[in-house]
Write a protein that binds this ligand. Structure first.
Ligand code: ZN
Length: 116
């Protein structure tokens, strides 16, 4: 399997969730990111770390939904958490997993954890 097909499948997944959550997605970029797994701009531009298409579907969906929900809730407060739970169920384990991967990826720099 080549990297491109994984990337395209990942982008397709982003579009699907955008439709499902009714969040406008104007562009999807996948590239190596230094300090984050992903980001969402208010104009609907999404950027994801290049490692994500290689990860499990569950982790991909966590990051996708995490970012898309920021179109409605700009923080990680109560409302955001309840929306996360509504769409993903118990998501905390995935969050922990990503945080651990971030440590490995960034050589253990605690500042560069899972900031999304
Ligand atoms: Zn976030």
């Amino acid at each position: 399997m080549n990297i491109n097909s994984g990337k395209e499948r990942f982008k397709e997944r982003v579009r699907e969730w955008g439709d499902k959550l009714e969040v406008p997605v104007t562009s999807i970029t996948v590239r190596p990111m230094k300090t984050k797994w992903a980001s969402y701009s208010t104009t609907g531009r999404l950027t994801f770390d290049a490692l994500l298409p290689e990860m499990t579907k569950e982790l991909q969906v966590y990051v996708i939904v995490h970012e898309l929900l920021h179109s409605r809730v700009p923080n990680h407060g109560k409302l955001w958490k309840s929306l996360m739970r509504a769409h993903l169920g118990d998501y905390e384990e995935l969050e922990t997993e990503l945080r651990e991967m971030a440590h490995n990826k960034k050589g253990g720099d605690l500042k560069l954890t899972v900031s999304l």
